[in-house]
Design a protein around this ligand. Structure first.
Ligand code: ZN
Length: 255
C-alpha cells in the first residue's frame, strides 16, 4: 500500500494521518503521433503525481495524491478518432467540485498537476481565486526541468509526442511505446505570416496542422533521457510539496 495514494490507502490510515496538501493530476485522452499511447498525458501525469508524493512523503510531508482526471480540453483534436474532450468550463466545474470536497475536509492546500498543454489551469486558479479558502497552485510538469532540456534533449522545439515527451513515456511505460511507428512530427505552416510568427494566436486544428497528431521530432528519444528529466522533476516538485506541507497559512501567504 502506498499511504499517500488515496485510491490505495484505507480509512484506518486516513483516520490517524491528517493531510496538509492534496495533489490533483489533470491529463488528456488523445492520440500522440503513432507511437505513444492515447493516455500519455493522463497516465504520465498520474505516475509523476505518485513519484512526487512518494518523494514528499519520504521527506515528511503530509500529502495525498487524488485520482487523476483522465480527460482534458481537446476540442481542437476531435478531428482525430477516439479523442475525448471536455470544454474548459466543464473541466473548471469538475476541479471546482474537487476543491469543494477537499475544503469540506479542512484541507487548505491543493496542487493542480497538469500534463496537457490544452488545459489552461492558470485560468482555473483565477476562476476560484478569492472564492475559496483553498490555496491553489499549479505545476505543469513539462516546464519543471525546462532549464535543463538543452543538455538532455537534441530536438527540443516540439510540444506534443516530441523527443522530450517520448523519452518520459519510454522511461515510465516502456511497454507502451513503439518508437519505430513514429513519424517526423512535422507541422504545416499557416497561410498567415502573423500566425507563424506567433503574434496572432488561433486554436490549431490538429488534424490539419499535423500528420499524425505529433508536433516535434521524436526519433532521438530514449528512456535514459526520460529518466534524467523525471529525476529532476521529482526532486524539485517533491521539495515544493514538503515546503508547502510545512508552511503555515497567514494573511500574506504565499508571500
Ligand atoms: Zn502529451
Amino acid at each position: 500500500m502506498k499511504p499517500w495514494k488515496l485510491l490505495e490507502t484505507n480509512y484506518h490510515y486516513v483516520k490517524s494521518h491528517p493531510v496538509e496538501v492534496v495533489v490533483l493530476p489533470v491529463g488528456a485522452t488523445e492520440p500522440h503521433n503513432l507511437h505513444l499511447p492515447y493516455g500519455s498525458d493522463a497516465i504520465t501525469t498520474e505516475r509523476i503525481g505518485d513519484l512526487i508524493c512518494e518523494r514528499a512523503h519520504a521527506l515528511g510531508a503530509k500529502v495525498a495524491l487524488l485520482p487523476g482526471i483522465p480527460f482534458g480540453v481537446d476540442s481542437n483534436l476531435l478531428g482525430f478518432p477516439m479523442t475525448v474532450s471536455l470544454n474548459p468550463s466543464t473541466l473548471d466545474r469538475v476541479i471546482g467540485d474537487v476543491i469543494h470536497s477537499m475544503e469540506t475536509h479542512g484541507i487548505r492546500k491543493m496542487v493542480l498537476l497538469n500534463g496537457h498543454g490544452g488545459n489552461n489551469l492558470k485560468n482555473t486558479l483565477r476562476e476560484y481565486f478569492g472564492k475559496t479558502g483553498m490555496f491553489l497552485s499549479l505545476v505543469e510538469w513539462w516546464k519543471v526541468a525546462a532549464d535543463r532540456y538543452a543538455e538532455i534533449i537534441e530536438h527540443s522545439n516540439g510540444d506534443h509526442a516530441d523527443e522530450m515527451e517520448t523519452s518520459v513515456v519510454m522511461y515510465l511505460f516502456p511497454e507502451l511505446v513503439d518508437l519505430a511507428l513514429a513519424d517526423d512530427g512535422a507541422v504545416k505552416a499557416s497561410r498567415f505570416e502573423a500566425i507563424n510568427r506567433g503574434w496572432v494566436q488561433v486554436t490549431r486544428p490538429w488534424h490539419i496542422v499535423t500528420t499524425n497528431a505529433g508536433v516535434g521530432y521524436p526519433k532521438k528519444a530514449s528512456p535514459e533521457k526520460g529518466k534524467k528529466i523525471i529525476d529532476i522533476v521529482v526532486e524539485r516538485i517533491g521539495q515544493y510539496l514538503k515546503e508547502l506541507s510545512d508552511a503555515e497559512i497567514n494573511e500574506t501567504f504565499p508571500y
